[in-house]
Design a protein. Structure first.
Length: 728
């Protein structure tokens, strides 16, 4: 429960306007007495507070309405909203569990709403806490340079701290644009002024709140001048806030397990966005370097946005931003939790962390074969089978399998780092197959063990990786780059991995339940949830030569969006080699137009209609300044368009095995081997060997994957019973 016992309400103009807007030119229908929540879903209230809206039948006087929670009478606390016949209020001091908010009028009308409150420490929908968990509040640095302080309990809770900073008129050091406001009642003489996008001219003073929720460390930042603005509340939002909210995410993944996090991975003090009037919020668990579990990040985003609304009011829209790990977190949160995020601005994009790991496992298997079978393939043939730009890119991709490998000190190739750990986790807690077989396992699967499920015999998370029936090097074979003998030998000896990352002679069969839950949870991005109906702007700058930020990931994302929308990606814009501020500007214009559309059309129709004319796919050339070139951006390394000539895009092992560009089939359906399906002519002996290599058949990529189901919106893995996903 948050500090301060209170039950209060007053006018909430922006929230009520957005929540109750009617189609232009229409008269709102006569309403019954009803109550809804504004800050979160009633089944997922956290921290003891919830902002509510009450709709009254026309002509009902506020004083004739009784509002109660249990034995508490709240009728005197709720007040008229900004629209006719509405009341709003912040209900507080809810204990964990179910509560019923009851309404009645002097005329005999009655209504009620059940809400379920969960502790601010969580969990709500992410399942049992990951253990062990290392608290790091004592090393978390606050904006003024001090530390947050030692944890207050075993849940890593810490005090809530509000600090003020201001921007000086001297901006000679862009890395240090803010200074602490030592006395919040007195403004320094050198404070700067800023003009927000809504035209408000205010002192450039920023309120930063730091505390803990869901066992992570949260922060929010907003323009608020304590010398002239009233204390912030959902009823008195800061004058400088433009009513737009940004959910921030960090980067990374390897090592992102079992820690609270000592840093956010993204700077909450974004001077440009704050100066425009945007508010921002973040949590250490939204930084994949601390927590490589996008579902947990979604729960944390849900709680952070709820707290923001209950502190400042309802935003007109919320966008999510991030690069690399922050990009896939933005996408996965927006998709699995529809309505939480209204638009996405991403760069260095991946569809999800799972795509990186699984393509890394494929590349690892290929590279291992080539290392253990020297002289079997030339370097050019190895690259062709991999699909990557060259050997360095192939090597970097293979090394990303390290995030699935729990064995410390394993040797593979240069740069491979098995069992990646943050130094904060004591060695005594870490998994070792001999010394500590029940220790914490450092893999992306075990970081999301509540979703994938757990093998009770070993305590390891179940794995979705499957390569049964995958014909590695198929494109190279069909293009005459390798011989049938090479193709057969490669696939006969490719093998797979066990749960400890050891190579096995047999191929890997993914756990069917883990595969299904990967799709249901959105850990394998389907783009068939919230992403179907919101703007997506992708800065598709990539590095084909190394460091695994490859272009094909961007194209895989766009293909998933297309599949989810019947072949259309009209709600997504992909720009290659983009100036830093161009996607941000486009998304701002797009979101403003969406909000301005008060028609009764469905959200996706509004989004596509509101798309700016500049919102077409293309690239920026290498002129000075860069010139935009509209282009359909086909997936090709050949010069088939202006942008492919400038920015060719390469492939990956599963795509070169005949798999889909979307890279979203975790386990393929199988079909019988048929020599007539190949452009290559096999001898009789080779056909016999082909059947021995693939006794169960080969992948039928024309079909959806095994257990490939849509994401379950707002799924739960416990304790919430709503949309509960069972381990199956």
């Amino acid at each position: 429960m948050r500090a301060g016992a209170r039950v209060c309400a007053t006018v909430l103009s922006a929230a009520v306007t957005v929540a109750t807007a009617s189609p232009a030119g229409q008269t709102p229908p006569r309403r019954a007495l009803e109550i809804t929540t504004l800050s979160t879903h009633p089944a997922r209230v956290t921290g003891g507070d919830v902002l509510v809206r009450i709709a009254l039948p026309p002509g009902t006087r506020p004083g004739d309405v009784s509002v109660r929670v249990g034995s508490r009478d709240l009728g005197g606390a709720v007040r008229p909203g900004s629209e006719p016949d509405t009341l709003v209020g912040l209900v507080t001091d809810l204990t964990p569990g179910r509560h019923v908010i009851e309404l009645s009028t002097a005329g005999g009308l009655r209504s009620s709403l059940e809400v379920t409150n969960y502790p601010i420490t969580g969990p709500v929908i992410s399942g049992p806490w990951l253990q062990p968990f290392i608290c790091q509040t004592d090393v978390f640095v606050l904006p003024d340079g001090s530390r947050l302080g030692p944890p207050l309990d075993e849940n890593c809770s810490a005090r809530t701290v509000v600090q003020y900073l201001y921007r000086t008129r001297d901006v000679s050091d862009p890395k240090q644009p803010f200074r602490p406001l030592v006395d919040p009642s007195i403004l320094p003489s050198d404070v700067a002024r800023t003009t927000t996008v809504t035209g408000e001219v205010v002192n450039f003073v920023v309120r930063v709140e730091t505390g803990t929720m869901n066992r992570g460390i949260y922060q929010n930042a907003i323009l608020h001048d304590p010398t002239v603005d009233p204390p912030p509340s959902p009823f008195t939002p800061p004058r400088g806030w433009n009513r737009r909210l940004i959910a921030m995410h960090g980067v990374g993944c390897p090592g992102g397990w079992y820690i609270q996090g000592r840093a956010q991975g993204a700077n909450i003090l974004d001077a440009a966005r704050l100066g425009e009037g945007y508010a921002l919020f973040i949590n250490t668990l939204n930084h994949p370097t601390n927590s490589c579990n996008a579902f947990l990040a979604g729960e944390t985003t849900m709680m952070g946005k709820e707290h923001f609304i209950e502190t400042f009011g309802v935003p007109s829209y919320t966008i999510s931003v991030g690069a690399s790990g922050g990009a896939y977190t933005s996408l996965q949160v927006a998709d699995a939790f529809p309505g939480l995020i209204d638009g996405v601005d991403i760069r260095a994009t991946f569809p999800d962390a799972l795509s990186i790991a699984l393509s890394g496992l494929d590349a690892h298997l290929l590279l291992r074969y080539f290392v253990t079978h020297p002289d079997s393939f030339t370097e050019a043939q190895q690259v062709a089978a991999s699909g990557y730009h060259g050997m360095q890119a192939f090597l970097d991709a293979a090394n990303q399998s390290q995030r699935t490998d729990p064995i410390p000190g394993r040797r593979f190739v240069e740069g491979y780092q098995s069992a990646r750990w943050n130094d904060a986790v004591p060695p005594s807690l870490r998994y070792d197959p001999v010394r500590n077989p029940r220790g914490a396992r450092p893999t992306i699967f075990d970081a999301a063990r509540n979703i994938y499920g757990v093998n009770p015999r070993t305590g390891a998370a179940r794995r979705p990786f499957d390569n049964v029936g995958v014909q590695y090097g198929l494109s190279a074979l069909e293009n005459g780059l390798i011989t049938p003998r090479q193709f057969l030998d490669l696939n006969e000896h490719i093998g797979g991995f066990d749960q400890d990352g050891h190579h096995t002679a047999s191929r890997s069969a993914g756990d069917p339940g883990a595969i299904r839950r990967a799709y249901q949870s959105g850990l394998s991005l389907g783009a068939n949830g919230g992403l179907r109906s919101i703007p997506i702007v992708d800065n598709a700058t990539s590095n084909e030569e190394s460091r695994y930020h490859y272009g094909w990931f961007h194209f895989a994302l766009r293909e998933r969006v297309r599949r989810a929308n019947g072949g259309s990606s009209d709600n997504m814009v992909m720009w290659r080699s983009t100036p830093a501020d161009a996607p941000q500007t486009l998304l701002d214009q797009w979101m403003a137009a969406v909000v301005a559309d008060t028609s009764g059309d469905v959200q996706r129709v509004k989004v596509i209609r509101a798309k700016p004319k500049a919102g077409v796919d293309g690239c920026y050339d290498r002129s000075a300044p860069p010139r935009f070139v509209a282009d359909l951006l086909p997936f090709s390394r050949q010069t088939v368009s202006t942008c492919t000539a400038l920015y060719p895009v390469y492939s990956n092992p599963r795509k070169e095995a005949g798999g889909p560009l979307a890279a979203d089939v975790l386990k393929c359906h199988l079909k019988a081997v048929d020599a007539g399906h190949y452009r290559t002519v096999f001898s009789r002996e080779e056909i016999e060997r082909l059947n021995r290599v693939f006794p169960e058949g080969v992948c039928d990529w024309s079909r959806p994957g095994v257990n490939q189901v849509p994401v379950v919106p707002w799924a739960s893995f416990g304790p919430s019973p709503a949309n509960r996903i069972a381990e199956n």
